[in-house]
Design a protein around this ligand. Sequence first.
Ligand code: ADP
Ligand code: MG
Length: 476
Amino acid sequence: MHDQLRLEIDETESLRQLWGQALDHAERALGREAVESWLRDTHPISLQQGTFTLGAPNATARAWIEKKYSRALAGILGDLATTSVAVEVTVRKSEASKSDSGKDSGRPARSRVEPPQTRPAAPASSFFQSIPLNEKYTFDNFVVGQSNRFAQAASMAVADHPGREFNPLFIYGGVGLGKTHLLQAIGHAMRARDPRARIAYVSGETFTTHFITSLREHREEEFRRTYRGIDIWLVDDIHFIADKTSTKEEFFHTFNELYLTNRQIVLCSDRPPKELRLMEDRLRTRLESGLMVEIGEPDLETRVAILQKRAELEGHEISADVLFQIAHSVPSNVRVLEAALIRMLALASLTRSAITPELALRALSAFVQAPRGAVVNVLGILKIVSEHFDVPIEEITGHRRDRQISRARQVSMYLIREMCGKSLVEIGQVFGGKAHSTVVYSCGKMEKEMASDAGLKSTVQLLRGRLARGGEAIAA
Ligand code: ADP
Ligand code: MG
């Protein structure tokens, strides 16, 4: 006991550093899940006579860590400290008395030597875990160009000074333009700086699921405790928060609580706050009072640079004319751009061919999505959809809302957006002068529905395939 009281501050600091490094190694050895769910909430207490003592937030965590991870941790810590280390897990006193003190009464209470905390850590929840970050989505791997310069700079500023100037930060833009990448890059940068920061990356959909589950399982208290204990909240695809009053309210309260206590919040969506139908006015006002940045479609130069970066990550050096060929054929969506590159690399490797612009063209031609310049015109799409759904073209472009007509309209809009290279305003005009936000909304909805409705997805694929092949039925 006395020994522990004598622990110096800088000793505590080096202990923390050692533990921070161990967590990094543990993430590789045991997986991110294990670290985020069980180890992130622990505290290093001491390292004495070859025994590393770790403070767990409660008895359950202690038992689990001891059973599942103590051997691996002993190995990792042993390697780092270059000596053999045994690991002992104890319950931090403050939490132990609340939860399960009976079982631990034989163990010494060691919370006195814990490093000071600015804010009590929120208790771990086995249930409401944030989604793990993708290792590739870092600032280093993000190519900056005209279209995303502002968004990237704002994200870097937030990662440098969380909770200060730009709170909340709202990033919006079309599909596949790098919103998720930037959001997660903020997460990585902040974690590197402060491994103990509670960073939660969740999508609008995940938030909704968590909330609904908490209601169903009577775990609202745990839900609130967990969400409100977050230091940095990264919310992706906020437009997928269910359009239900209770979910929206809960989102607003969570947002408010974090916002008012200066926790950094970053949100992403495919449209600006004013077009988010499901937003309450008070939340919209809050969002608009922060910083809003748009990510646009990358220009040709940026697309080439993105491809080059990706090729580099894949361990390939590819000539500029090949990269140019791909970048030229895929106009906007970076995800599709990368898929084209990967496809070409696979083709080269499987057929043992050299990587040339011709090979790039072959790889691209197999893409169901028609490359720029393909003769897929609006009328062609309307005809093929009209035939498939047995709905006249005038109805598709009209205003009636019968189920079949609406469906044909959504599918047409989606295919036109994807295959014709028309602006949102132009597409809106095809459908009787609809606002461009309606087009965005409709296409987003289609994408979401296709994810859960295999029938709809295969209908779209079928029509897209016919159109890409020149459309057997297109006589226009
Ligand atoms: P969004 O969330 O906007 O739909 P993502 O962030 O998922 O788009 O990006 C799609 C893919 O494109 C990802 O693999 C991402 O890494 C890549 N990407 C997008 N923008 C860039 C960029 N500027 N530099 C490098 N990669 C990018
Ligand atoms: Mg995304």
